[in-house]
Write a protein that binds this ligand. Structure first.
Ligand code: 3PY
Length: 256
């Protein structure tokens, strides 16, 4: 089955509101309307930038979606500092990244938290971009497939096939994030294929074939073609290269 690629920019904790507006406008200015037929483009700015970024995108002219980098699973209440699915939905977000390795490592996010966030998102008709990936130690132990597939199973535990197929999985080996090291296309493909096999065990072949599996971890204009040539890599979740309009657009163009 031909899956429509997705190119999503994870801006992390970069860009003030004014910078976010400029970057979004620069991306929009390069954007050709019919690109939306061939690729889903998503920008994931920090929370405070979501609304201003969304406001400068005219979705009819530039089919660029906005998603958050995180969301809380409780619906409302005394959770200081957190942001709910209803809040991001009202801004016009299409979904949220969940379980990025930086959230797992620095903020103690567990597989159980990720699962609750996926459930909260899909219940609000939003999608999750579920990040999974192993550390260097796990890779060197040879256990990376078991480790990553367990993360996938945990993230989607109790999520229906209808809801799961709205979501996206992003394989981001931790040792390739912000290090300039990229998994080789073959290394990335091996794990992305295993992720799809896990989705097939959980949801059946047809659903697994329909779901997008992205690669993330120092994807850039120099390596994007080789990564996208792999049968189980359906796009990218982009860090540093998403912070400049020119390089992000090159990555989007690689999907056309
Ligand atoms: C990276 O490419 O550095 C990322 O973490 C994307 O999410």
């Amino acid at each position: 089955m031909a899956r429509k690629p997705m190119m999503a920019g994870n801006w992390k904790m970069n860009n003030t509101i004014s910078e976010a507006v400029v970057l979004t406008q620069e991306i929009s200015n390069h954007f050709e309307k019919d690109w939306g037929d061939s690729v889903d483009v998503v920008v994931c700015p920090p929370f405070v930038d979501l609304k201003p970024a969304k406001t400068v995108i005219d979705f009819d002219k530039m089919p660029i979606a906005v998603a958050s980098q995180n969301v809380y699973f409780e619906l409302k209440g005394a959770f200081t500092g957190e942001t709910s699915v209803a809040m991001i939905r009202e801004i016009g977000c299409a979904g949220s990244i969940v379980g990025h390795s930086e959230r797992r490592e620095y903020f103690g996010e567990t597989n159980e938290d990720v699962n609750k966030k996926v459930k909260a998102l899909v219940a609000a008709d939003l999608y999750a971009i579920v990040c999974v990936g192993e550390s260097l130690a796990v890779r060197e132990s040879g256990e990376m497939i078991d480790f990553v597939c367990a993360q996938v199973r945990a993230a989607f535990a109790g999520v229906s096939v209808e809801d799961a197929t709205t979501c996206v999985v992003a394989y981001e080996p931790i040792w390739a994030i912000g290090t300039g090291r990229t998994a080789t296309p073959e290394q990335a493909e091996e794990v992305c294929a295993a992720i799809r096999a896990t989705l097939a065990e959980m949801y059946g072949e047809e659903a697994a074939e329909a779901m997008r599996v992205l690669y993330g971890g120092s994807m850039n204009p120099g390596n994007v073609e080789a990564l996208l040539a792999m049968p189980n890599i359906d796009g990218g979740l982009i860090g540093g290269a998403a912070l400049k309009a020119a390089s992000f657009i090159q990555l989007v163009e690689a999907c056309l």
